[in-house]
Ligand binder design. Structure first.
Ligand code: BGC
Length: 357
């Protein structure tokens, strides 16, 4: 148990990336790169005690630099989309965010936090090893106001959980929305599609998106729709339903709002579970974030970038549970508040706990 590290490749500017592996006494391990704060491997046991990597990734940093998809990355300064790359904050218009997704801004821009080399702010050895990465995003970077000082701590707990703790501080009023973009496949990342994996989400509503997946502002009750995961069901059960919201996104790619998100406090709550009947692996999602983006890897199909070991990218071969505030929040009354002021701390935690049954 503890932390080991190894070289993970060279960035175009000559800087070296490193891969840190955090392991507990039971052999559960998580590897994170300082490039993008990226989760590269999670080795979790199945019901027979066999360990497999349950997240999609690449073999070296060179691929993470150029490939799309944000595999395993820490995404910011604002995850998901901001319509037309513009918003108004304290009466001032910010309209120079980088447009990288149709007419919209996605996942922090041209060089978001997912594509930066973070520094190591600290490590803890021992039974529950942790790694803290830090990034300072200067005022004006990617069009956002304020110098944002971000730290993300990855902790491997004794109970086979990965805890991710996000903190950010600013010197001017700004907007922040941070997440991790791990692509999970509980059968092992190279085991086929995830349509038989069974999901439960504690979400009463989801956000409708337009044809470019920008929220229309409507929060749709999940009741009677393919988006109802309040009783566990296979991801594939309603995946091909004749539903306009599913069709627009090519599958699930929607923000699910947790039941009681408006009043839920700081407490970490169990908000989701995923289960793979074939291997018995189970994932529990605990968070104090108000929402999660369920994304079923609908765009994971770039033949130019095979995954680790040469396994091809294929749609629906993974699911993402990106805990977050609502996409495009700065442009919608009644959405989650993504404003961060000087003196405040953006402070959220998400735990992915693995077991087998
Ligand atoms: C978005 C998708 C996008 C994916 C990869 C998800 O968070 O909702 O629309 O394709 O990230 O960039």
């Amino acid at each position: 148990m503890g932390i080991t590290k190894r070289p993970f490749g060279t960035l175009p500017d000559g800087q070296e990336a490193t891969l840190y592996t955090l392991r507990n006494a039971g052999g559960f391990s998580v590897s994170v790169s300082d490039f993008g704060g990226t989760i590269v491997h999670i080795l979790a046991p199945d019901r027979k005690g066999q360990f497999q990597n349950v997240v999609c990734g690449y073999d070296s940093v060179e691929e993470y630099v150029v490939a799309d998809g944000y595999l395993g990355a820490t995404v910011g300064r604002f995850c998901n989309r901001i319509a037309r790359g513009r918003f108004t904050l304290e009466g001032k218009v910010y309209d120079d965010l980088y447009i990288n997704d149709g007419p919209n801004h996605l996942h922090g821009g041209k060089v978001g936090f997912s594509h930066r080399l973070w520094s190591v702010a600290g490590t803890e050895e021992g039974e529950e090893p942790s790694l803290t990465l830090r990034l300072v995003s200067p005022d004006g970077e990617e069009g956002y106001p304020g110098r944002l000082d971000v730290s993300v701590t990855f902790t491997v707990r004794a109970d086979h959980a990965l805890a991710i703790h996000y903190e950010a501080r600013t010197d001017q009023t700004t907007v922040v929305n941070l997440t991790n973009h791990a692509y999970f496949n509980l059968g092992g990342y190279a085991s086929g599609d995830v349509l038989d994996q069974v999901l439960w989400l504690d979400a009463q509503s989801y956000l409708r998106g337009d044809e470019n997946l920008i929220p229309t502002g409507e929060m749709i009750p999940v009741d009677g729709t393919p988006f109802d995961f309040r009783t566990p069901k296979a991801i594939g059960r309603d995946f091909f339903a004749d539903d306009a919201d599913l069709k627009k996104a090519g599958g699930y790619d929607h923000c699910f709002n947790f039941t009681d998100w408006q009043s839920a406090g700081r407490e970490l709550r169990l908000r989701g579970t995923a289960f793979d009947p074939a291997t018995g692996r189970k994932l529990e999602l605990f968070t104090n974030s108000p929402c999660v983006q369920l994304y079923t890897a609908n765009f994971l199909k770039n033949p130019a970038f095979p995954l680790s070991g040469g396994y091809p990218q294929m749609t629906q071969h993974a699911f993402c549970l990106e805990t977050q505030k609502m996409p495009d929040s700065p442009n919608h009354e009644g959405f989650t508040d993504t404003t961060l002021c000087p003196g405040e701390v953006f402070d959220y935690t998400t735990v992915y706990r693995f077991s087998a049954e």
